[in-house]
Design a protein around this ligand. Structure first.
Ligand code: NDP
Length: 283
């Protein structure tokens, strides 16, 4: 029976530690980190995510502000808001909630974010630094996966890792982080053949696809570490990309959905905002 990689517990401990650091800094320097969230349109899931982020910031002692723009906004109007945040000293992190409405040029908006304030780690500068193995602000979900594995002492060096999904938000940056930790990384995507065989070889399996329970338990190598990034809303509630009930009898470690990677993503957003703040304070 697999042991649980408890993201809720680990995230709570990271957030508690951050709160202490933020409070000590505030006492010594009378300054707190500030995050600005840009929310465009009325996507209900995005509104829920943003509310959760605001609440998490408040608990960590980070000042957050959400700029809400109408669904029919133009690329230029969103960039204007980003530009203003770039120039505001009390804002140390900028997060543009995805997805943006279809008429908006997402890449142009991301490119407008100052790399020093890019707490989602999605600008070309930060993704380039990740690929080059240089320090920078890196995407929150991939960072959360690595932090969770580290907390439980999961060894990555030399192990066969399979990342299913190659998005810029999750799969690609996670593969780079695993590579930086000396795992032997394979990436799979919608055009990969024989996914079941690739999964069967993986000692560390990360699923980031967005298809409910597509990875079957019988594919999974005995003793594997299974990280399920997927969040899928079904009539039976939230489920991951891995058939959890089947996988628990084969894996050694597994993340639950919910309560696995999700809470770690928010904890890493707070941590990135703290890191961005410290970098800007020191420069
Ligand atoms: P995207 O839709 O951007 O990417 C999905 C990836 O899965 C693509 O690379 C796609 O391949 C690949 N894929 C699709 N179908 C298959 C298939 N049949 N076999 C193998 N690969 C396939 O999704 P995201 O990366 O943004 O998110 C993935 C999941 O993670 C979603 O469920 C999302 O809700 C969740 N998520 C969870 C977070 C958390 O905090 N827990 C944070 C972010 C996302 P191709 O490139 O070829 O199209």
């Amino acid at each position: 029976m697999a042991k649980i990689l408890d993201g809720k517990l680990v995230a709570a401990s990271i957030r508690q530690k951050l709160r202490t650091q933020v409070d000590v800094y505030q006492q010594e320097h009378q300054k707190r980190p500030g995050l600005e969230v840009v929310l465009v349109g009325d996507d209900p899931a995005s509104h829920v995510y943003v509310r959760n982020k605001e609440r998490a910031c408040a608990q960590a002692g980070i000042v957050s502000d959400t700029v809400k723009l109408p669904a029919e906004s133009t690329t230029e109007s969103v960039i204007e808001v980003v530009d203003h945040a770039n120039r505001t000293d009390s804002i140390h992190g900028i997060l543009v909630q995805m997805p943006l409405p279809p008429q908006i040029d997402t890449q142009a908006v991301l490119s407008a974010i100052s790399p020093e304030k890019d707490v989602d780690g999605l600008t070309s500068q930060n993704l380039g630094r990740l690929a080059q193995g240089k320090p920078g602000l890196f995407p929150c979900t991939p960072r959360g996966v690595i932090a969770l594995l580290d907390y439980y002492g999961i060894v990555l060096t030399g192990r066969r890792a399979l990342v299913v999904g190659r998005s810029m938000l999750v799969g690609k940056p996670l593969s780079l982080l695993l590579l930086a930790r000396d795992a032997t990384v394979t990436m799979a995507h919608s055009r990969s053949r024989d996914l079941d065989q690739l999964v069967a070889e993986a000692e560390i399996l990360v699923a980031a696809v967005g298809r409910p329970q597509m990875i079957r338990g019988e594919w999974i190598k005995d003793g594997a570490v299974v990280v399920d990034v997927g969040i899928n809303r079904t009539p039976d509630g939230l489920v991951g990309d891995v058939a959890y009930q089947e996988a628990v009898s084969r894996a050694d470690w597994i993340t639950p959905v919910p309560g696995g990677v999700g809470p770690m993503t928010i904890a890493m957003l707070l941590d990135n905002t703290w890191q961005a703040f410290l970098n800007q304070e020191r420069s």
